[in-house]
Ligand binder design. Structure first.
Ligand SMILES: [Zn+2]
Length: 67
């Protein structure tokens, strides 16, 4: 007979994994990417394409624009 019920330990492990995913997503979202870059380095994604996060070529559009 197989046990298909998740144990409390399994549930705790899933919660920790979900928290890690949220933390990682927040970290990635804090990076600049080619969507808000002044340079137009050629990696700016087309609609539906992957975004190049934390692009080393990234430049601010305007030093006074910090909104
Ligand atoms: Zn770029």
């Amino acid at each position: 007979m197989t046990n298909t019920e998740a144990s409390a330990e399994d549930f705790a492990r899933m919660l920790i994994y979900a928290a890690d995913c949220i933390r990682y997503t927040q970290q990635v979202q804090s990076y600049n990417d080619c969507n808000n870059c002044a340079r137009g380095c050629g990696y700016e994604p087309k609609w539906g394409a992957m975004t190049r996060i934390n692009c080393p070529l990234w430049r601010a559009k305007d030093e006074t624009d910090r909104s």
